[in-house]
Every structure is written in C-alpha cells, then in structure tokens.
Design a protein around this ligand. Sequence first.
Ligand code: PGA
Length: 243
Amino acid sequence: MIIIANWKMNKDFKDLERFMDSFISLQSWEAISDLKIFFSPSFPLINEVRNIINYNSLNSKIRICAQNCHHEIDGAFTGEVSVKVLDSLGVSSVIIGHSERRNYFNETNDIIEKKISNCIKYDMIPILCFGENLNERKKGNYLNVIESQVNILNSFKKIDHEIILAYEPVWAIGSGLTPSLDEINEVHLFVKNKFPKLKILYGGSLNLNNANDILSLNNIDGGLIGGASLDPYSFSSIIRSIK
Ligand code: PGA
C-alpha cells in the first residue's frame, strides 16, 4: 500500500519542521511494514524533507515525491525543474499530469508522455494522474476520457519500469465529494484490465472518514491525499486507520 501526501503549494520551512516533528512522533513506525509513505512537498522544501528523513533513519518508510518536473532534461527554461536535478536531490518519484497542471498549465498528453519518459530515464517512478471532470461524469463518457489519458502508457508497455497510476476525478479534488465505492471500483477495474501490472491509487477528498472504506477496495493500491495530509494529526490518523 502506498500513501502519498500531496502538499501542493502549501507549507513553508517552519510549517514543514513542525509537521515532521509531530508526524514522526505520532506514528508507530515498527507497525508500518507493508505501507510506503511518500511526501510530496514543493520544490524548495525537498532537501529539508530529505534531511529529516535521513536524520530519523526513516529511509525505508518514507520516500520523496516531486509534484512535477519539466519535460526536457536541461536547457534554457527559466524557472523550471528537471528530473536530473530531482534525481540529484534523492527524489524517487514524480507526480505527472495532475489535473491542476492539466487545467492551469495546459499540460497535454504529449507533454505528459515526455515527462514520463524522462522519469524512466532517471530511474524515478512516474505517478500518472488521470480522471474525468464533472461534466464528463454526468454525460457518461468518463471511461472514454480516462482511456485517452491512460493510453499514453501504451508507449511504455514493453519497458520494465515501475509506473504508478492515480485515479483522481477532478470533481472530487478538494471538494469534499467522492465517487461511490462502486464508481471507484468500476474505473479501477477498467484501468487494471488495460494495465494489469501497474498499481493504481485513488485520490480526491480522501479523509479519515472514508479512507479505510475506499482503500480496502480490491483494486486499490493506495491513496493520493491533498488537504487531509497537511495536518500531522489528520494524516497520521488516516495512516493508522488503514487496515
Ligand atoms: P484532495 O487533493 O485530497 O485535497 O482532494 C488530492 C489531490 O489533488 O491529489
């Protein structure tokens, strides 16, 4: 089981230190064996997260995940961050194609495919987000939309490299709404049938009240948590609630 804390553009240096202090003391680390926790801070905090993990000898339990990378390895792209830099900072995975990037930064499937390919080159795990918006859900064509988003992985089918998928219905992100268990199951099964070897996480308003039910579903390999991962007590309670 994989649980990713996607902090988005939240937390400064001080918040991070306070969070890590509380979170590390709240968790009973010996009890965590099958669970991998990924922290996904904003770029400037990555190094400090790494230092804290090393200092507490938690490398086998906590990994660092970036929230994005540029689609080129290096070059004249002012303000951007490439997988090459992330790799040198000890980042092991990158969230790719989050709906906030697709919607606010016009990320297309072509760009997303290049980013995945760069992650593979640098031996990092790409975490490909996909999911329909509310209109697509209401119109009933959500499986076609999802298929077009995940089909970019067909180019990587022959490559033996770990890729993780994350189903994040856009209308569930930060809204407090979640699909029913049957609806989540339908999508996960659909995608598992296409890519049986890949892990699929669920994300979108996961919280203490729904995490155990959702994450207990058969075809779910973990969760991608935004809002409820910002507070150490809430995030730690979610982790403890997972059976
Ligand atoms: P949320 O965000 O948990 O706040 O809905 C999830 C995400 O966007 O990854």
